[in-house]
Design a protein around this ligand. Structure first.
Ligand SMILES: Nc1ncnc2c1ncn2[C@@H]1O[C@H](COP(=O)(O)OP(=O)(O)OP(=O)(O)O)[C@@H](O)[C@H]1O
Length: 256
């Protein structure tokens, strides 16, 4: 068997030349996107840049006007939506929430809660969960079908900074443990850069893509995210140096 025919080298998702217009306005053009098993890919880009549209097309929920969308055969996808409205008046314990999906057994729900580290809140009403706990619950729900691909739409929204770090770490650990691919959308430029293998910067078309390190230096990325990118350069400064001098380093960079 050649390397190219080994199962692990078959893309989970492979989109080529995708174009999509709404009411005569093109919002995606010439977009290629590939997600391999075990790979974390993050879509970033300005508001209206087409990230959600591309994810909908990748999930098969929407057809592109042009281009091709291939999913690996029998691909199971776990999807974590950006928003989920839950009736504030209906008391709904976290475990029960997971079991709203037909066929989910109690043990499966408990296992999923444990996998994302929130087994203690199994009986807590969903409405009472903290931002971080709620996002973990959505992640637990996405894990229920043992997906080979996780699609996460802004997984750290509504979560405080330390919670965001922990969530990205959890996503990385899940990838390592389950070997699944991960496609996520993020608005956070800082933390996500250390949590992803590859970044795709989308603004109607793919402006740039590659490792976080490459993208951070790409002129197209810098044009789009200018000042935020400057802050990022400071934030992710080279960690090989001695931190006793860190203060000087930052002060100097601010003066520049
Ligand atoms: N069903 C639709 N009908 C008409 N226009 C749409 C539809 N869905 C999306 N759009 C438009 O397509 C463009 C891309 O939207 P999309 O939601 O994909 O962007 P996004 O990058 O996810 O944005 P954000 O970061 O704000 O979530 C936007 O201008 C949006 O108004």
């Amino acid at each position: 068997m050649t390397a190219s025919s080994a199962p692990e080298s078959v893309p989970l998702l492979d989109l080529k030349g995708v174009r999509k217009s709404f009411l005569g306005r093109t919002v995606l053009e010439h977009v290629d996107l590939r997600v391999m098993p075990g790979q974390i890919i993050t879509l970033i880009g300005p508001n209206g840049g087409g990230k959600s549209t591309l994810v909908r097309i990748a999930l098969g929920l929407m057809k592109p006007d042009h281009g091709t969308v291939h999913q690996a055969p029998d691909l199971t996808i776990g999807y974590m939506p950006q928003k989920l409205v839950i009736d504030p008046l209906m008391p709904l314990p976290a475990e029960r929430f997971l079991r709203l999906r037909p066929g989910v057994r109690k043990e499966e729900a408990r296992d999923a809660l444990a996998t994302v580290g929130i087994e203690k809140i199994a009986e807590t009403p969903v409405q009472a969960l903290s931002g971080g706990e709620f996002q973990r619950l959505l992640l637990a729900r996405a894990l229920l079908r043992n997906p080979r691909l996780l699609v996460l739409d802004e997984p750290v929204q509504g979560v405080d900074l330390s919670g965001q770090v922990a969530l990205y770490r959890l996503i990385g650990n899940l990838r390592n443990r389950l070997g699944c691919g991960v496609l996520m959308i993020s608005h956070d430029l800082h933390l996500v850069m250390s949590a992803t293998d590859e970044v795709v910067c989308l603004n109607g078309h793919v402006c740039c893509s590659g490792t976080p390190h490459t993208v951070k230096q790409d002129p197209a990325y810098l044009r789009l995210f200018g000042s935020e990118a400057d802050a990022l350069a400071l934030y992710t400064h080279d960690h090989t140096h001695d931190h006793h001098h860190d203060h000087d380093h930052k002060a100097h960079a601010h003066d520049a």
